[in-house]
Design a protein around this ligand. Structure first.
Ligand SMILES: NC(=O)c1ccc[n+]([C@@H]2O[C@H](COP(=O)([O-])OP(=O)(O)OC[C@H]3O[C@@H](n4cnc5c(N)ncnc54)[C@H](OP(=O)(O)O)[C@@H]3O)[C@@H](O)[C@H]2O)c1
Length: 228
């Protein structure tokens, strides 16, 4: 019987490669994206209700969700791609009002994409999950390690913040979910500059997700360590 995989943010880059690997290996794969991509359903990630509605539409005909992966990364907030380093004016005292409104907007998007949506989507996914299902958050080791002072204090601030919350969300769902599903975080590093190495990492991530089971509950599956 085919196993069902649902990936949020699986329309491009590593998310798409992981989705393709599952498809190539006979899994039924459903992808929710913030943009139009082949083999995915798009939603407006700035609209919480639209995302949850589209998610329900995406999984409506599935009997179960065997693997649920939250892979979306918002790229918003201080330390994100829209960064104070690239927009130094935002951090000038003369721009205080503008800075306040921009930071509010950035943090709200970041918290929505990185915290609120994964929480709501896991709750919706649990309606189709069971004791052999696995929910995974794609996070990063710098959200629970490397928290020292060797970076400028804002470096990746908002990224680390939401990924840390996802890790805690993972621990909460691992401890309490009423269907007995497994929850874990997976922490990769994708060497996009080296396609050969990237292929090895993607295979490791695919195998790690595929093989996750009850023994993974509440764990950080540290794929980045496999390469070092
Ligand atoms: N790159 C690394 O070395 C690394 C290291 C540690 C952890 N990670 C984590 O691994 C995951 C994949 O990383 P990646 O580098 O391949 O891709 P990424 O650039 O971090 O983006 C992941 C996915 O998020 C979605 N996304 C991007 N911008 C968005 C926006 N503005 N609003 C809503 N969704 C957006 C996209 O999927 P759709 O287009 O399908 O919506 C994209 O494929 C991320 O969660 C990342 O934090 C990456």
């Amino acid at each position: 019987m085919s196993r069902n995989v649902v990936i949020i943010g699986g329309g491009q880059k590593s998310g798409r490669m992981i989705a393709d690997r599952f498809r190539d290996n006979g899994y039924t794969v459903r992808v929710l994206s913030h943009r139009d991509h082949p083999n995915s359903l798009s939603a407006d990630f700035t609209d919480v209700n639209d995302v949850v509605r589209k998610f329900r539409q995406l999984v409506n005909d599935l009997d179960s969700i065997d693997i649920f992966l939250y892979n979306t990364n918002s790229h918003f907030g201080p330390g994100g791609s829209v960064d104070f380093k690239k927009n130094p004016d935002w951090y000038s005292p003369r721009q205080a009002v503008d800075r306040q409104s921009r930071l509010q907007e950035q943090w709200h998007k970041n918290m929505q994409f990185g915290m609120l949506l994964p929480n709501l989507l896991v709750l919706a996914a649990l309606e189709k999950m069971n004791a052999s299902s696995v929910g995974l958050f794609m996070t990063t080791f710098i959200s629970y390690a490397h928290l020292d002072l060797d970076n400028p204090y804002t470096d990746l601030l908002s990224y680390k913040a939401v990924k840390s919350v996802q890790n805690h969300m993972m621990l909460a769902f691992a401890a309490h979910n009423d269907v007995g599903a497994t929850f874990c975080s997976i922490t990769p590093h994708y060497p996009y500059e080296d396609p050969e190495k990237l292929n090895v990492v993607i295979e490791n991530v695919y195998q790690t997700i595929k093989n996750a089971g009850p023994e993974s509950n509440g764990k950080f599956l540290e794929v980045f360590k496999l390469l070092s």
